[in-house]
Design a protein around this ligand. Structure first.
Ligand SMILES: C[S@@+](CC[C@H](N)C(=O)[O-])C[C@H]1O[C@@H](n2cnc3c(N)ncnc32)[C@H](O)[C@@H]1O
Length: 915
C-alpha cells in the first residue's frame, strides 16, 4: 500500500478545462445516461465522477528523480484523466485498462469504494468502471433501487441470451452489450401492453377527425385540461377557466389554439379549437387570475381556498390526435369528457404530501395527498399497470428459471417504466410549446419543484406518445449504454450515512452529500415511491419496507418546514453532516483522499425561476456549514476544484459570469495532535502558499469567476492542517474568519501580480479601478501617471485613452481602432492587448482572436493574467457587463490557443502552452 504521505494527482493538478468541457458536452446529451433510467435530482456527470476518482487514486509523480520525468509522467496522467472525462470513452476498454493499471500501481490491490450519499449512483458506477467494488448507500429507497439496477443487477447481464419464449432460442453472440436484456424487457412490456388494452380500452376512445382535417378516426395522444374555479363575484359565479396559455401549437401550417365559449345558462365554459386567428390571452398571471365571464379579477387566495375545499375542477379544453400526416388539435366532445370522468379507480394512493417542504407549492391549492396529483383515469391506469407488473413478475421468473436475479432485473425495468408513466402522465404535466412550434407534455418532478399547472396534458397510456406505456419503456433502456459489463461485486443498500461501520474495513470514499436547503429528496421521491412499491415492493422487501420514503434521517428534512425555524433546521443539518463525515473519517483508507462534492446554491436559484415561485431562500451559508462539518470531524482540506456539473440549460452558459456549480473538496484525515498556530502565523503561511497556487490555477485556465472559490482550497489547506488557529486574544479563529482572511490574501496576491505588467497597463488598472470606462479629471490622471512612470499624452498616443476639455476616459473595446496592428505598435501594452482581444473576440469570434494572438506571441500570456485581475476588480465593483467580457476572454482561451496551434500545426499534447 502506498505510504500515507504520498500526494495524489488531485492534490497537485487536474485537467480542469478538459473536465469542464466534457461535463458541458455530457449535460447536453439526453439519452444513454443514468438519468434516463429514472429521475434523480442533482446527478453528477459520469465523466467528471470518473476523472475525479481516477485523480484521487493515482499518485502525483512528484518523487520521480528529475523534473523532466515528473512533468512527463504528470502530463501523461492528466491526459489520461482528460480522456476518461469524455463520455464517449466510457466503453473504451484500452483506456480503462490503462487507467486501472495506473490505479493499481498507486494504491496496490483495489479497495472497496463507499459512497454514503449515492443518489442516482453516478459515483459508484464510475468506481465500478474503474475496477473498484462499490457499496452505494442512501437513506432513500428510490435512490437505492435505481443504483441497484445500475451497478449491481445490470452489469452482470451484458452479452446474455434473452430468456423470453420468442427470442430466447437464438443466441446473440456478437450482439450489442445489452441486446438480450432489451429484447426481454420489450417482450414482457409488450405482454403488459396487451393486458392494458384489454383492461383499459373503454376509457381511451379514439377521436373522429373532421372531414376538413382529413376525416376518419385518430388515436388520441393527449387530452388537454384546464382547471376551473367558481368566480367569487356574487353576481357572476361562473366556472372560470384558469389557463396560462390557450395556444396549442404554433407550428407553421399546423397552428391551433383553444377558444373558451361561455354558456350563461349553465354558468360554465366549454372550448372549441381553432386553426386560424390569434389565441385569446391567458387568464392566469403571476399576480392572480381573471374571470372570462365578468372580467373581474380572481385572487390566488380565492383559488386556494376553493382548492382546499375540494372545489377546484378541470374541464376538457382540447384533444391532441394522431392524424395521418401530423398531430391534430381538435375540439373536445361530450363523449371524451364522459369517458374520462367515468373512471373509478380501484386503488388510490391515500398517502399524504408533506404539509410544507422544500420545493412543494401545491398543497395550498388543496393538493394534499398523492392521489390529488392525478386524474381518476390516470389513477385507474397506473393501478392497473402496477398490478400487471406484479403479475408479469411471476411469469418472468418462471421463464428465468434459476436465475432469480435476472428475473428481478427485467421486472425492475418494467417498474422503472411505470415510474416514467407516472411522471409523464399526471395532473402537473404542462403542455410545452417548443421553439419549433410543436407541443408536448413536460414531465413533472424533473426539477425539484412541485408547482401548480393550470392547464395540463393527460397522455394516452395505450398510445405511443408522452405519457404512454410504450414511450415510457424506451427511456430506461437507453440508460444501459452507460452501464459497464462486469462481474465485480457491487451493492446498493438502504443506509443512513450517519451510521458508523462496525467492522475494520477501510474504503475509498467519494461522495456528494445533499446541499443545505436546495432539494427535499425524501419528500420529492415519494411521488415515485408509491408506485414503485406497489409494483416491485415484494421483489425488494429490503428497500420498500416502509409506507413512504423514510424522512427522519434525511439531512435536508427540516429545511423548508414551516414548524421548524431556519436556524434550528440548519443546526440539525450541520449535526447530521458532522456525524456522517465522522463515520467516513473512521472508515477510510488513510492513504487516499476523500473527495466531497458540494453543489452550489446558484444552480438552485436558477432552478426556482418558476411561474408560481415565491422567493424564500436565505443567503447561502453552505460553504461554512460544509467546511465546519469536515473540519470538526477531523478532516483537513488539501484542495478545492470548481466544476461545472449542472447542465447549461439550468445554469447560465459557461461563457457567462455564472459560478461553477460544484466544488470538489479534497480531504485528508488531520493527524492526531496537529499543532496550534496563531493568526499571524496562519496569515504568513497563506501569503507564502497562495501565489503559487493561484498561478497554477490561472495556468489551468480556471474561469476568473471561479478563482475565489478555488483559492479556498489552498487557503483552507493551511487552516485545516492545524488543530486550532488562535487570534491575539487566544480565541479560536472561526471558519468564517479564515475565509475572510483567505479572500484578503487572494486580493493581495492578485495585486502583487501587477508587477508583471508594463507601466501603461499599471496606470490603466489603477484608473479603471477608480473610474471604469467613465470620464475623470485630467489632473488626477496626470498625478497618477507620475506615480506609474508614464504620461497622459503618451497614453493618448498609445491609443486607448481620450483626453478632452480637462477630462480623460479609457476607450471601451468597441471604440478601439480596428486597424490596430501589434507588430507595428511601438508602445505595446498588456492593457491594449486585452481590450483589442475582447474587441476582436466579440466581432469575429475565436478564430479572429486566434489570428490576433498569433501576431501577439508571448505578449498574449501576460494579457490573460491581466484579464483575471480585471475580472476580480469588476466583480468587487459590481460592474457585471465588463466582468462578463474578461471572464469570456479567459474561457475562450484554450480554444483560441488550439486554433493558433492548428494554424501552425503544433500538436496539442506538447507540454508548453505559450505561443
Ligand atoms: C446530491 S444527492 C447525490 C447525487 C448523486 N451523487 C448522483 O449523482 O445522483 C444526495 C443524496 O443524499 C441522500 N441523503 C440525504 N440524507 C441522507 C442520509 N442521512 N443518509 C444517506 N443518504 C442521505 C439523498 O437521498 C440524496 O440521494
Amino acid at each position: 500500500m502506498a505510504s500515507s504521505s504520498k500526494k495524489k494527482l488531485i492534490e497537485v493538478a487536474l485537467p480542469l478545462d478538459a473536465i469542464n468541457k466534457a461535463a458541458a458536452k455530457e449535460n447536453n446529451v439526453h439519452t444513454g445516461l443514468p438519468s434516463n433510467l429514472h429521475t434523480w435530482w442533482s446527478r453528477k456527470p459520469l465523466g467528471i465522477a470518473r476523472a475525479m476518482i481516477f485523480c484521487s487514486l493515482v499518485d502525483d509523480p512528484c518523487d520521480l528523480s528529475s523534473s523532466q520525468d515528473i512533468e512527463a509522467k504528470r502530463s501523461y496522467l492528466l491526459s489520461l484523466a482528460a480522456r476518461l472525462a469524455d463520455m464517449d470513452n466510457s466503453d473504451d476498454e484500452i483506456l480503462l485498462s490503462e487507467a486501472k493499471r495506473e490505479i493499481v500501481a498507486s494504491v496496490g490491490e483495489m479497495s472497496r469504494f463507499w459512497d454514503p450519499f449515492c443518489g442516482g449512483g453516478a459515483l459508484p458506477l464510475e468506481a465500478l468502471r474503474l475496477g473498484l467494488s462499490p457499496i452505494a448507500a442512501d437513506l432513500n429507497p428510490v435512490a437505492v433501487f435505481i443504483t441497484r439496477v445500475l451497478i449491481d443487477l445490470a452489469p452482470k447481464y451484458a452479452f446474455r441470451r434473452p430468456i423470453n419464449p420468442s427470442d430466447g432460442t437464438h443466441f446473440l453472440e456478437g450482439g450489442a452489450k445489452f441486446e438480450g436484456l432489451k429484447k426481454d424487457v420489450e417482450h414482457y412490456a409488450n405482454a403488459i401492453h396487451k393486458k392494458l388494452v384489454e383492461r383499459l380500452q373503454e376509457f381511451y376512445p379514439s377521436a373522429d377527425i373532421p372531414k376538413k382535417l382529413g376525416g376518419g378516426k385518430g388515436d388520441v395522444a393527449a387530452w388537454i385540461w384546464a382547471r376551473v374555479v367558481q368566480c367569487p363575484n356574487p353576481s357572476c359565479r361562473a366556472q372560470a377557466p384558469l389557463v396560462n396559455k390557450f395556444v396549442l401549437s404554433t407550428h407553421k401550417g399546423n397552428e391551433a389554439h383553444a377558444v373558451p365559449l361561455y354558456n350563461s345558462d349553465t354558468k360554465s365554459f366549454s372550448f372549441t379549437v381553432q386553426q386560424s386567428g390569434s389565441a385569446p390571452a391567458g387568464t392566469v398571471t403571476r399576480t392572480g387570475a381573471k374571470c372570462l365571464a365578468c372580467n373581474d379579477p380572481i385572487a390566488f387566495e380565492h383559488v386556494r381556498s376553493e382548492g382546499v375545499a375540494g372545489r377546484l375542477g378541470y374541464e376538457l379544453m382540447a384533444l391532441a390526435v394522431e392524424g395521418r400526416l401530423k398531430r391534430l388539435y381538435l375540439s373536445p366532445t361530450e363523449a371524451h369528457r364522459r369517458s374520462a370522468f367515468a373512471c373509478v379507480p380501484t386503488w388510490v394512493p391515500e398517502t399524504e404530501l408533506p404539509e410544507s417542504a422544500l420545493g412543494f407549492r401545491v398543497q395550498r391549492y388543496g393538493i394534499v395527498k398523492h392521489k390529488d396529483l392525478f386524474t381518476n383515469r390516470q389513477l385507474t391506469s397506473l393501478a392497473t399497470l402496477s398490478d400487471a407488473i406484479v403479475e408479469m413478475g411471476e411469469e418472468i421468473r418462471r421463464d428465468a428459471k434459476d436465475d432469480i436475479a435476472y428475473g428481478n432485473l427485467i421486472q425492475s425495468f418494467l417498474a422503472l417504466s411505470l415510474s416514467r408513466v407516472a411522471q409523464t402522465n399526471n395532473a402537473l404535466v404542462r403542455l410545452f410549446v417548443r421553439t419549433s412550434g410543436t407541443s408536448k407534455g413536460t414531465p413533472a418532478f424533473d426539477r425539484p419543484i412541485v408547482s401548480m399547472a393550470w392547464e395540463f396534458s393527460e397522455g394516452n397510456i395505450l398510445g405511443s406518445s408522452v405519457g404512454s406505456w410504450k414511450a415510457a419503456v424506451k427511456n430506461p433502456l437507453t440508460a444501459l449504454a452507460s452501464v459497464p459489463s462486469t462481474n465485480i461485486p457491487a451493492q446498493a443498500i438502504l443506509r443512513d450515512a450517519t451510521t458508523p461501520w462496525h467492522n475494520n474495513e477501510r474504503f475509498v470514499v467519494s461522495t456528494d452529500p445533499p446541499y443545505f436547503d436546495a432539494i427535499g429528496y425524501a419528500d420529492l421521491s415519494d411521488f415515485f415511491y408509491i408506485w414503485l412499491r406497489r409494483a416491485i415492493g415484494s421483489t425488494f422487501p429490503d428497500i420498500f419496507g416502509t409506507m413512504l420514503a423514510p424522512k427522519a434521517g434525511d439531512l435536508t428534512r427540516d429545511l423548508g418546514r414551516r414548524d421548524v425555524t431556519k436556524t434550528r433546521a440548519s443546526q440539525q443539518f450541520l449535526e447530521r453532516l458532522h456525524k456522517a463525515f465522522s463515520a467516513v473519517r473512521n472508515s477510510i483508507r488513510d492513504d487516499i483522499p476523500v473527495t466531497v462534492y458540494y453543489a452550489f446554491k446558484q444552480a438552485e436559484v436558477e432552478l426556482s425561476s418558476d411561474t408560481d415561485y415565491e422567493a424564500d431562500a436565505p443567503p447561502s451559508t453552505g460553504w461554512e456549514t460544509l467546511l465546519e462539518g469536515l473540519f470538526t470531524s477531523g478532516f483537513q482540506i488539501s484542495g478545492t476544484w470548481p466544476l461545472r456539473t449542472e447542465s447549461a440549460n439550468r445554469l447560465r452558459a459557461i461563457g457567462s459570469n455564472a459560478l461553477a456549480s460544484s466544488i470538489v473538496l479534497v480531504c485528508r484525515p488531520r493527524p492526531i495532535g496537529a499543532p496550534v498556530r496563531t493568526r499571524r502565523q496562519f496569515l504568513n503561511e497563506l501569503k507564502e502558499e497562495l501565489p503559487n497556487a493561484l498561478r497554477y490555477l490561472q495556468e489551468c485556465n480556471i474561469a476568473p469567476v471561479d478563482l475565489a472559490q478555488a483559492a479556498i482550497g489552498p487557503g483552507m489547506a493551511v487552516y485545516t492542517k492545524y488543530s486550532q488557529v488562535l487570534d491575539a486574544d487566544g480565541r479560536t479563529l472561526s471558519i468564517r474568519d479564515a475565509l475572510a482572511l483567505i479572500n484578503l490574501a487572494l486580493d493581495e496576491t492578485l495585486a502583487s501580480q501587477e508587477g508583471d505588467f508594463d507601466s501603461d497597463s499599471r496606470w490603466a488598472l489603477a484608473w479603471f479601478e477608480q473610474s471604469g470606462f467613465t470620464e475623470g479629471e485630467y489632473g488626477v490622471a496626470e498625478i497618477l501617471s507620475k506615480a506609474k512612470n508614464t504620461s497622459v499624452s503618451g497614453l493618448v498616443h498609445a491609443g486607448f485613452l481620450v483626453s478632452k476639455a480637462g477630462k480623460v476616459r479609457l476607450l471601451r473595446p468597441n471604440e478601439l481602432a480596428e486597424s490596430w496592428d501589434p507588430s507595428t505598435d511601438t508602445r505595446l501594452s498588456s492593457w491594449e492587448v486585452v481590450h483589442h482581444l475582447i474587441r476582436v473576440l466579440d466581432a469575429g469570434g475565436e478564430s479572429a482572436a486566434a489570428s490576433l494572438v498569433a501576431k501577439l506571441g508571448a505578449h498574449a500570456e501576460v494579457a490573460r493574467e491581466l484579464a483575471y485581475r480585471l475580472y476580480t476588480m469588476c466583480e468587487r465593483k459590481k460592474r457585471a457587463t465588463e466582468a462578463l467580457a474578461y471572464n469570456g476572454l479567459v474561457q475562450s482561451w484554450p480554444e483560441i490557443v488550439r486554433l493558433v496551434r492548428e494554424a501552425r500545426s503544433i500538436p496539442m499534447d506538447q507540454a508548453e502552452l505559450p505561443l
